[in-house]
Ligand binder design. Structure first.
Ligand SMILES: O=c1ccn([C@@H]2O[C@H](COP(=O)(O)OP(=O)(O)O[C@H]3O[C@H](CO)[C@@H](O)[C@H](O)[C@H]3O)[C@@H](O)[C@H]2O)c(=O)[nH]1
Length: 313
């Protein structure tokens, strides 16, 4: 297929673009490079630097939409930016798709739509009560996709990611502002940072630190190829993507210590605002309906691949 990948110069978008090319698709990457890197766009993809409100849709058959503002803390500081970029930008993209008669989209949604969940693991039917403008803006896009499917025959799939990690070939996580746990711990292992701040040890979990469900970026990317095939005009499907197993912050740090062979000094700090104690996915729905099966389910594999992809160590 001829595909447009928005945000294809970012971490997850570039991995998906690479896998789409390997599967024989024709890929155009659209990215404004506000957070992405031009050299992350996989060879073989056409690259257009620009805004999602003016997408190059000539000849395009489907869109995979990653471009977004994605820092939870920043979204609390700058809610308008998140609503206008994530919701406003996506609505402009959807309008342009309607005009160009492009009626399939795979959307990168998030576990943040669930807020503080009551139960674990989290099913897609769980209440959606986001606690940040980031999660709220992504949920609003999910809602828009449902109405575009019902009214205009769009075929849409939303994938709600839990905590993504690891690397695929040379494609790795390299955010300018790094807030995520695994890359921050690996920065301590390389000596780039002196210690990891552990955000809270008084959560109602086994060791008092937050529990998350880590999924390998290559498994996550593969789900997008299945989702693309599953896009059916008039339907909006929603799937969680995680491994179904939770690891605490302390456990992740210990795994990083084992994998890298480096000491990881830590300092306990206060809780980070908006962090739920436990977020673990049920991915039964995508496994049953699309036949997705994660291959790299060990947290050590996720950490090792992220570690081995780092150039300076
Ligand atoms: O330096 C750090 C960084 C993180 N953490 C903790 O580690 C856990 C994981 O944090 P992080 O890697 O930042 O991921 P999450 O905040 O769980 O965010 C993920 O999950 C969200 C859904 O809640 C998504 O929206 C985000 O995009 C995705 O990265 C959390 O408990 C953090 O408090 C630390 O203790 N120290």
């Amino acid at each position: 297929m001829r595909l447009l990948v928005t945000g294809g110069a970012g971490y997850i978008g570039s991995v998906v673009a690479a896998q789409l090319l390997e599967a024989g698709h024709e890929v155009t990457v659209l990215d404004d490079l506000s957070t992405g890197h031009a050299d992350a766009v996989p060879g073989g993809a056409r690259f257009v630097r620009g805004d999602i409100a003016e997408p190059p849709l000539d000849g395009i058959e489907a869109v995979l939409h990653f471009a977004a503002k994605s820092l939870v803390g920043e979204s609390v500081e700058k809610p308008g930016l998140y609503w206008s970029h994530n919701l406003g930008g996506t609505l402009a993209l959807l309008d342009a798709m309607r005009r160009a008669d492009v009626n399939r989209i795979v959307f990168s949604s998030t576990a943040a739509v669930y807020g503080n969940p009551e139960g674990s693991p989290i099913l897609e039917s769980a209440p959606t009560r986001p606690t940040s403008p980031y999660g709220a803006s992504k949920l609003a896009v999910d809602t828009a996709l449902t109405t575009f499917a019902g009214l205009y025959g769009l075929g849409a799939v939303s994938l709600r990611y839990f905590n993504v990690g690891g690397a695929y070939q040379s494609f790795r996580e390299r955010h300018t502002t790094e807030t995520h746990l695994i890359p921050n711990v690996l920065k301590v292992a390389t000596g780039e940072k002196s210690l990891v701040n552990v955000f809270g040890t008084d959560y109602p979990t086994a060791d008092g630190t937050c529990v998350r469900d880590y999924i390998h970026v290559s498994d996550l990317a593969r789900a997008h190829l299945l989702a693309l095939e599953a896009c059916t005009p008039g339907e909006h499907r929603i799937y969680n993507l995680g491994n179904g197993t939770g690891f605490s912050v302390k456990e992740v740090i210990e795994v990083c210590r084992e994998v890298t062979g480096h000491a990881i000094p830590t300092e306990v700090g206060p809780r980070r605002e908006g962090d739920p104690a436990t977020l673990v996915a049920s991915s039964d729905k995508i496994q049953q309906e699309l036949g997705w099966k994660p291959e790299k389910t060990e947290i050590s594999d996720i950490v090792r691949d992220a570690w081995e992809a780092l150039p300076l160590k």
